[in-house]
Write a protein that binds this ligand. Structure first.
Ligand code: F6R
Length: 248
């Protein structure tokens, strides 16, 4: 389940190749996408590959995991903005192909129900890409979130606000709430790849490795998934027993 790569670059290259192949063998793929620092080299590699040989991207549909409440899509720290910058505009995807929860709507509860339903009516997710928070969150499903959850509004934990504060000039600007796909939405994806890179993820990956399936460790829900792979670089893997790691 845990695959360790020689370094962060080779992990990003391998995962981007996997995404490239999935898209070329299934042009109407439904992709679940994540934002965050972990994904930046993966998306950069995917863009590079697509520049060398163009994929047929007319039928691809993407669903992002989450979005902050209260940030316009044009806000440089919104996940909508991140995705445009890191992936969508480079791939030339149009707005009808990409989906993020809208954190600016007056009726957030209705937006949440609609988002989970949209995923279902698109046929569900074929491939879900995930990062992990230092507290074990996936999407913005913070510790204690029900494993039966659908898309919902979440109050961000202090830990997550501090982690993400690095992208904002002032902690007071870091949103307090977000919309996230629920854990059940994530578990329904046919295939899931969780990625963790860097020494700051070593502890949470060891905790995940040792954890029972427990709502206090949101990522442990993935241990029930039949098609899960966890990709780590040597730094993130450093506290996991080496016998449990498969080298790539
Ligand atoms: C982002 C998301 C989060 C991040 C996680 C790790 O869309 O859903 O769960 O994947 O917070 O973030 P980075 O990659 O910045 O360490």
């Amino acid at each position: 389940m845990f695959y360790v790569f020689p370094d962060t670059n080779s992990l990003a290259q391998y995962l981007a190749e996997q995404l490239y192949q999935r898209i070329s063998s299934q042009p109407n793929i439904r992709l679940g996408l994540a934002t965050g620092s972990t994904m930046e080299p993966v998306y950069a590699q995917l863009l590079r590959m697509n520049q060398q040989q163009h994929l047929n991207l007319e039928q691809i549909i993407t669903f992002n995991l989450d979005e902050y409440v209260g940030l316009e899509p044009s806000h440089p720290q919104s996940y909508s903005f991140y995705m445009q910058q890191q992936l969508f505009s480079g791939l030339g995807l149009n707005s009808s192909q990409v989906n993020l929860p809208c954190g600016m709507t007056a009726n957030l509860a209705a937006e949440c129900v609609e988002y989970s339903n949209k995923i279902k009516s698109a046929g569900g997710l074929d491939f879900q890409l995930l990062g992990i928070g230092t507290n074990g969150h996936i999407g913005f499903n913070e510790p204690g979130t029900s494993f039966d959850s659908r898309t919902h509004v979440v109050e961000l934990s202090e830990n997550t606000r501090l982690d993400n504060g690095r992208f904002f000039s002032d902690m007071a600007e870091v949103p307090t709430h977000a919309i996230t796909m629920g854990i059940l939405d994530i578990l329904e994806a046919k295939e899931v790849v969780l990625v963790a890179t860097g020494a700051h993820k070593a502890q949470v990956m060891a905790d995940l490795f040792h954890s029972a399936i427990d709502e206090q460790m949101p990522a442990s829900a993935l241990k029930t998934h039949k098609n899960l792979r966890i990709y780590v670089d040597p730094q993130a893997a450093s506290l996991i027993p080496s016998a449990a790691l498969q080298a790539i």
